[in-house]
Structure formats: C-alpha cells, structure tokens
Design a protein. Structure first.
Ligand code: DX5
Ligand code: ZN
Length: 217
C-alpha cells in the first residue's frame, strides 16, 4: 500500500481557506489534517469549531481532526457535527482514554490518539485494538514548521511491532517536521499516514509536493 498524505491546513493561508481546501481537493492528499489548539494543552491557539465547519463546507477529502486541547470529551460531539471523520485526542489530556475512544466511536468517527515526543507508545498496549489511528508527534505540538525529532523512527518501529502482535489494523500517523528527506525512512519504519504542513504549503507547487510525497516507497 502506498503512503497516505494528510496536509495540515494550519500552514495554509487562512484568508483564502476556500481556495486552499479546493487545492487539496484537486491534489493527491488522502485526508485534510485539522489542528485544534486551545492555548492550554499547547502554548498556541489555532482555530476551533466554526473554522472546522468552514473547511468541511468545501472539503472533498475526510477531515482528520487533531485535538491539542484539555478536556477533549467536552468537544467530541461538536467536532463530529463540524465534519470530523477521524478524531484524535492526546493521551496526555485523557484520564480515561478507553472511555474517550469509545465516545468517539459512538459518534460514528474513527478514533485516534496522539502521543507527545516524551510519551512512550507502551501506554497504548491495552487499547491498541480500540484504535483506528495513532498519531506519533515528531515535534512538540503547538507550532508548524519545527524540526523533526529523530527518535521518532524508533517509536514507529516499536508501535508497528505492537500493532502486528495484536493483529490490529491501527494506522500509524506521523505529525511534525515531515519532508521529502524523512518521508521514505518513516514509511520504511512502518508509518501509514504522513502529516505535512509547512513543507506542502510553503512550497511553490503544493500539489506537486503532495504528489512527490505520495510517490515515496
Ligand atoms: C503541530 C501540529 C502539526 C503541524 C505540522 O502542533 O500538530 O500538525 O501543523 O506542521 P509541520 O509539517 O510544518 O511541522
Ligand atoms: Zn497535527
């Protein structure tokens, strides 16, 4: 299977969101990655539910919503209604992760969990069967355009082994600092989905950049 690409609109031109989403519709992107930051869980505020609805209004690709917020349970239904197909919560923000994942599924969404660079994937061992996606953060969340953390490859390999052992179909997503230089190595380590923000949107040819990422083997 070829790698799945999820461009992050965090790096797009918010004043021209409709045309940015239409560009993604026309591209080989598989998902549209939507980064929600609350200024509490992460030291930055991005956008929230109304902007997610606006993206959904034009999107022809599924929305992959990454909640970098405290108390995610409180907002799951709002994001489902806003058009999320995948909802990922941070393991560091969930006291009752199993219950939260169940709540996401009960809403008819795919359930994902994101893990910060300092969090071991070992904490997912007992919920791996319940997970549609694990988002391994390859930067500290909060900002686009940061440097990729090299320890990520090791985490991907460890998580892949865990998924294989469990016979689960959980996808591994990598988020932060993804570019043409690390994409192949991530795919080789076992990544299924690559999020790319600044690498796509700051390129002269975003569609071509997505196409080239999609080609990696
Ligand atoms: C970081 C976000 C990422 C970010 C990726 O907190 O979760 O999705 O937009 O951006 P780049 O690809 O620029 O690192
Ligand atoms: Zn993200």
């Amino acid at each position: 299977m070829s790698v799945l690409i999820a461009p992050s609109v965090l790096a797009s031109d918010f004043a021209n969101l409709q045309s940015e989403v239409e560009m993604l519709n026309d591209s080989q992107a598989d998902y549209i990655h939507v980064d929600i930051m609350d200024g509490v869980f992460v030291p930055n505020i991005s956008f929230g539910i109304p902007v997610t609805e606006a993206i959904k209004k034009h999107a022809k690709k599924p929305l992959d919503v990454h909640l970098m917020i405290v108390n995610p349970d409180q907002y799951l239904e709002a994001f489902q209604k806003a058009g999320a197909e995948i909802i990922s919560v941070h393991v560091e923000a969930c006291n009752h992760l199993h219950r939260t994942l169940q709540a996401i599924k009960d809403l008819g969404c795919k359930a994902g969990v994101a893990v910060n660079p300092h969090t071991s994937v070992d904490v997912l061992e007992d919920v791996i069967q319940d997970l549609d996606l694990v988002c391994i953060m390859s930067v500290n969340p909060g900002f686009g355009g940061q440097k990729f953390i090299e320890n990520t490859y090791k985490k991907v390999r460890k998580l892949k082994e865990m998924i294989n052992r469990a016979g689960s179909s959980t996808l591994i997503e990598i988020d932060g600092g993804v570019n043409q230089d690390n994409a192949s190595k991530l795919f080789e380590a076992g990544a299924d989905v690559l999020v790319a923000g600044s690498f796509v949107f700051s390129a002269n040819d975003p569609k071509g950049t997505i196409a080239r990422l999609k080609e990696i083997r």
